[in-house]
Design a protein around this ligand. Sequence first.
Ligand SMILES: CC(C)=CCC/C(C)=C/CC/C(C)=C/CC/C(C)=C/[C@@H]1[C@@H](COP(=O)(O)OP(=O)(O)O)[C@]1(C)CC/C=C(\C)CC/C=C(\C)CCC=C(C)C
Ligand SMILES: [Mn+2]
Length: 423
Amino acid sequence: MSVALMWVVSPTSEVSNGTGFLDSVRVLDSFNSVARCRNLIGSGRPKRGRKNRLNYRSMNEGGYFSSKNRGSFSVISSIVASPTGEIALTSEQKVYDVVLKQAALVKRQLKSRENMEVKPDIALPGTLPLLSEAYDRCGEVCAEYAKTFYLGTLLMTPERRRAIWAIYVWCRRTDELVDGPNASHITPAALDRWETRLEDIFRGRPFDMLDAALSDTVTKFPVDIQPFRDMIEGMRMDLWKSRYKNFDELYLYCYYVAGTVGLMSVPIMGIAPESKATTESVYNASLALGLANQLTNILRDVGEDARRGRIYLPQDELAQAGLSDDDIFAGKVTDKWRNFMKKQIKRARKFFDDAEKGVTELSSASRWPVWASLLLYRQILDEIEANDYNNFTRRAYVSKPKKILALPMAYVKSLVPPSLVKA
Ligand SMILES: CC(C)=CCC/C(C)=C/CC/C(C)=C/CC/C(C)=C/[C@@H]1[C@@H](COP(=O)(O)OP(=O)(O)O)[C@]1(C)CC/C=C(\C)CC/C=C(\C)CCC=C(C)C
Ligand SMILES: [Mn+2]
């Protein structure tokens, strides 16, 4: 049965028109319309624990060593031996396993479909206008929250644009659960209900019209549920964790909340048919873009996060730099802080560099918006430098003229054709 039909005839009347959409899962009741999708900064969050559920193979089962396309990931340096001599996997390796699986899945799905052409809407009388309205509302939410990004999506083909809107809205709503005005009421159980609702979306049983748009998207594009599940896992982590021992821990968090967005987006953006790059390498680059964006977010928001008692910086690196939590809370820009920040910025830039290699391999219509978002986000790092590393009390932002200038630059970059040699 088509998604649209399910949505309209759902016998339990579970599906609403997009208002009150969290009521029935009893998550919270005020995040229920486009108009109310505001006030992103939330209050305190409860600290509750939950083990992460990322599945991964043991190294003996292969994968890491057999892959030729590890991109920037260094296998040797990421192996960690426990005191008992057992070899544990790093976050990088666990995440890379997800990347490989996603790439394999999309290849399999594409083979089983005739091609990546977008499937037409199933024309059931009366359902198409509703679906179209659902996508329009996703577009409105996107425009409301992320104007520049919304403008970027206008450069995509109409089918891809609306699919990206639907994914954007789901991500935004998920983040809002732990960061929005009702964040203090959110429990792991609420996130479990959100995950059940996600499964319903993938089963073609959406709960409201915004979900219906995503349900439709996942039937038309080879999108897998795993990155969506993992993003919810990241939000679970945010409920109980406010410190990161080292970069390995931070890496996993960044994958959950942002790297996943890259993995969700590639099946929509599409890889250029003439590209000789491997699917894995493109997925890897998309992961890198998500990680780069989140690391940048973290560096921009150090002061804001500290005021909420949160420090998303590797504790061991802070200690090596001679810095403590108290220094972060005091918010004084010292030479120690500047040196620490220089290293963090360098690392974030490295992820942007890794991402660049993949953008060129995307389908031609998707390259411009992705380049635009990459260039714009990366500039935030330049602004932190321009603020003399004061990210405690000054928010780094990219000015309008700089934003406008990024668009033709992105356009020129988007004209570079995909690699014609196997990468
Ligand atoms: C090969 C290649 C390079 C392909 C491109 C792949 C691609 C399009 C990657 C997109 C990467 C991207 C935009 C990641 C978003 C990262 C991000 C900022 C995550 C934020 C998480 C939580 O952060 P925090 O709470 O600290 O921050 P706030 O103060 O709340 O901002 C998120 C908020 C998670 C939710 C993410 C979104 C709402 C963004 C979703 C975006 C898309 C679905 C569209 C991506 C498409 C384009 C064209 C950029
Ligand atoms: Mn957030």
